[in-house]
Design a protein around this ligand. Structure first.
Ligand SMILES: [Zn+2]
Length: 461
């Protein structure tokens, strides 16, 4: 048994239903769970090897849950000539997909280390990745390598096995090198589920079936995905409502949400990324079918024609979580910063859309409880006895927090924190503390990753 005692925490923000914030408390972690939160826990009564962490001056939050990302895109960040803002979506895809198709197995591993490392530094403890890029030359072990990367960093990892099956010659944007057959895709989903998916509470590894997007796959790919996921009792995910609805309507006579409902790609076991172009009827459809939404605010600044109608979704009862999205449309993997971005976007349009001014606390809730709900993880996203020991800690004794400490629940939303957190714990293990990944050499990891960026990406620019 391992035990860690946090003493004299200034605030423990629980994100429970009542919005409880404990002040000046101790918190005990036993193995992978929070066992006690109390005014005082006597260290003398704990096992002698208990680690004591002095937490006065610190706020503790539930670990953040990222519900949409594309780790591999970390290798193509901050390239001026690949910037979304200069092109139409189709032009941009034609430019960037051939580059994505050059990546090999090592690139997928090291970009996953990069993305998860950055997520952990900013308080994220559960990461979902939508890995839809399977260049033929790179083989089928790409998600296996992501699980390796997650294990090294200690991340709680949900893998989304994505894929595209519609060739460019039939109207997709997918280079032939990245196109798979439906059978290839479904067989590999099944292999990954059988190899890695652990449905038990506190599990560190799960797999979702996640065809990339309706515009770039045959309908059979989606239908077989639904059948497989429901047979194996795993979740389904895809991109919807990010500018493709009229294209789908031209092809099928239905906008994307109708098309999804028609084939059964809706339900409590489905969550969809983006959804910024949904109309009121479509929002009602998602609420009625209990389909979730991963709201990725930062890509909205770059590519969204509309600001996602989050207050309308919330009042309709849509299940909402947050995501950073891939680095091709958001150059950082900082979910804490996305909490602020999501809030600011809604504040921007509140008056013109006749929305109420958004409540900042709600946005922390989306990134914790909301994400846990989308990923079917009731043991995550909340700090309380019996919940997972997934948390992060902010040292508030810093210049940037002066005058801002009276409301810990709104602190992250209002301030927009870009710096690293001071400690991240996942499943009871400290994976980030005082600027270091314990037991790992960050400079060495970065140097290795950069070699592969140089070798594969820079060579083709
Ligand atoms: Zn995406």
């Amino acid at each position: 048994m391992t035990t860690t005692l946090f003493t004299s925490c200034d605030a423990v923000v629980t994100c429970d239903n009542a919005g409880t914030v404990h002040r000046n408390v101790d918190m005990l972690v036993t193995d992978h769970q929070i066992s006690i939160i109390a005014n005082h826990i006597a260290a003398s009564e704990l096992p002698p090897n208990t680690e004591i962490i002095e937490a006065s001056g610190h706020f503790i939050y539930p670990g953040l849950i990222n519900t949409h990302h594309h780790f591999f895109q970390c290798f193509v960040r901050n390239h001026a000539h690949l910037d979304w803002t200069k092109y139409s979506v189709i032009e941009w895809l034609d430019l960037i997909y051939p580059l994505f198709a050059k990546l090999d197995e090592d690139c997928f591993y090291h970009s996953s280390v990069a993305a998860m490392g950055e997520l952990i530094k900013h308080g994220c403890t559960t990461a979902f990745d939508h890995q839809y890029n399977f260049p033929k030359h790179a083989g089928k072990q790409l998600i296996d390598r992501q699980f390796d990367a997650a294990e090294i960093l200690g991340m709680r990892f949900h893998a989304g096995r994505g894929g595209n099956t519609l060739p460019k010659s039939e109207g997709s944007t997918i280079p032939d090198e990245m196109c798979e057959t439906t059978d290839e895709f479904i067989n590999d989903c099944e292999r990954l589920i059988d190899t890695y998916h652990d449905a038990s509470p506190f599990s560190m590894r799960r797999v979702a079936v996640a065809p990339c997007q309706p515009v770039n796959s045959y309908i059979e790919t989606f239908k077989e995905s639904i059948a497989l996921a429901r047979d194996k009792q795993v979740l389904l995910h895809s991109h919807v409502g990010e500018g493709e609805s009229e294209v789908i309507k031209q092809r099928t006579g239905m906008r994307t949400v109708d098309w999804c409902e028609d084939i059964g790609f809706v339900g409590k076991d489905v969550w969809l990324a983006h959804c910024w172009e949904l109309n009121a009827t479509e929002i009602e459809q998602l609420a009625r079918t209990q389909t979730g939404v991963s709201h990725c605010p930062e890509p909205v600044y770059l590519v969204g024609a509309e600001v996602t109608p989050i207050p309308e979704m919330q009042s309709a009862g849509v299940r909402i979580g947050l995501g950073v999205d891939g680095a091709a449309s958001n150059d950082n993997s900082n979910l804490m910063h996305c909490i602020h971005s999501a809030y600011m976007l809604q504040a921007l349009v509140a008056a013109t859309h006749n929305y109420p001014v958004p409540d900042p606390k709600t946005f922390l809730h989306y990134a914790t409880r909301g994400g846990a709900d989308l990923l079917h993880r009731p043991e995550l996203g909340e700090l309380g006895e019996g919940k997972a020991a997934d948390l992060f800690m902010l040292d508030t004794r810093k210049m940037e927090y002066i005058g801002a400490l009276h409301d810990p629940q709104s602190l992250i939303t209002k301030l927009g924190i870009s710096s690293d957190v001071d400690l991240t714990m996942i499943n009871g293990r400290i994976v980030w503390r005082n600027g270091e990944f314990p037991g790992l050499d960050e400079h060495q990891m970065v140097a290795k990753a950069q070699q592969h960026v140089q070798r594969v990406v820079y060579k083709h620019l």
